[in-house]
Design a protein around this ligand. Structure first.
Ligand code: MG
Length: 411
């Protein structure tokens, strides 16, 4: 095999969708970051997702000012060795900014390897276990009836898995009066939310039956024992899974959930490293792992995690929100179709503009996401078009969530 070295590593940032709610508040604006690695072979390059929208500039600096000097001139074929090198190079490791930068490099090298081999990445992972990945969509509304209406819309479109939320994360229960002088921010009432979630599921199962798979995301918005109680109360409604019931700081409580009910549990959206998932998997305390692949460091660690989960009967449900770049979604789907223990894929969908900036996005048909069959990840970027949508600066609003009495809590 002829020598193939890394010639350039750089971050590309773009923000093609979303509008800031107010000047200086970039809460809803997606800041996508993609790494492009160019090689010694003219025209041969790879792309990888490094999107950490809340700290995008920190990731960009790591890529351009630390990883580029570290990696230029190295053998582009040595994915595992380069992953280990980057992982240990800063001495302190496993932080989300560092991991996302590393993911961009890692996925770009898998893309390059696929192009060199003339094979899509799923072939490098062992080939297909299935033709496409079943996805779930997100239905919501202010009332049980409104959620039902939105759910029926997805059912009629052929979806078999739908996540249902009433009033968004944390519900929409009216808030008890906060103390005088309480600071501005995103408030929610955990008591009203938990009651509303049960009411919503009772309504939906009564109206649409049990033929459709339903999911729900708690988004860590309950104290642990209230989470245990909610999982137990939702058991009769046969969820496909209950997502992020507990924050990463309180995962030991999952053992108590297991003692009181069989509601399937999905966890891992906020995880950064193996110390956070090892105990949960080996003790069979969760049913689905749903890490954000770029935040755990890329395809290399995600592939290992999928295999690790397979040994314990845990399925995959990789995080697939709007703040994963289309390159990252492509990686999700390549891994989904090649993993025997694939469970479900979250699917945010792509805007027309995103598909124009990223030609070759995975395709969605009848509730299934299909990977691109081109060599590598099968997805490209129009850098000129991407540059027309620069990332905004701003202070995040939605992660400043508070209880009714004004206490800051997990968002
Ligand atoms: Mg979630």
């Amino acid at each position: 095999m002829s020598e193939l070295t890394i010639r350039d590593v750089r971050a590309i940032m773009t923000s093609p969708t979303g509008t800031a709610l107010s000047p200086g508040d970039g809460s809803l604006q997606k800041r996508l970051i993609v790494v492009k690695i160019e090689t010694s072979e003219p025209g041969l390059y790879g792309l990888g997702c490094a999107t950490f929208t809340q700290r995008a500039n920190a990731v960009r600096v790591i890529i351009d000012e630390f990883l580029k000097p570290l990696l230029v001139g190295r053998d582009a074929h040595r994915i595992e060795d380069i992953w280990q090198l980057v992982h240990h190079n800063a001495y302190w490791r496993s932080g989300p900014a560092e991991n996302n930068a590393m993911s961009g490099v890692d996925q770009a090298l898998w893309d390059i390897k696929g192009k060199v081999a003339g094979l899509p990445v799923y072939q490098l992972l062992g080939g297909k276990c299935r033709e496409a990945a079943a996805v779930y969509r997100h239905a919501g509304g202010a009332t049980p009836q409104a959620v039902e209406d939105d759910l029926r819309r997805y059912m009629e479109a052929g979806y078999r898995y739908v996540r249902v939320q009433m009033g968004g994360y944390g519900g929409n229960a009216s808030l008890p009066t906060p103390p005088a002088g309480a600071v501005a921010g995103d408030y929610f009432d955990p008591h009203g939310y938990a009651l509303g979630a049960v009411e919503m599921f009772a309504h939906l199962r009564d109206k649409v039956g049990f033929g459709i798979e339903l999911l729900h995301d708690v988004h860590e918005r309950l104290v642990p024992i209230e989470g245990v109680r909610l999982a137990k109360e939702l058991e009769p409604y046969r969820l496909f899974f209950l997502e992020d019931l507990l924050p990463p700081e309180h995962v030991e409580w999952f053992a108590m959930v297991r003692q009181v009910c069989t509601t399937p549990l999905a966890m891992g959206e906020l995880f950064n490293n193996p110390q956070e998932w090892k105990m949960l998997i080996t003790n069979r305390l969760i049913d689905f792992i749903r890490c954000h692949i770029s935040t755990i460091g890329g395809l290399t660690p995600a592939r290992k995690l999928a295999v690790f989960c397979e040994q314990f009967g845990v399925r995959t449900a990789w995080h697939g929100p709007g703040d994963v770049s289309p390159v990252g979604h492509a990686v999700n789907v390549h891994l989904d179709v090649a993993s025997p223990n694939f469970g479900i894929q979250e699917w945010a969908g792509f805007s027309d503009l995103e598909q124009e900036i990223f030609p070759g996005c995975p395709e969605l048909r009848d509730g299934y996401a299909y990977p691109n069959d081109k060599p590598g990840l099968g997805i490209d970027i129009d850098e000129k078009l991407a540059a027309r949508f620069p990332c905004p600066d701003g202070v995040l609003g939605w992660t400043q969530t508070r209880y009714p009495d004004g206490t800051l809590f997990s968002p």
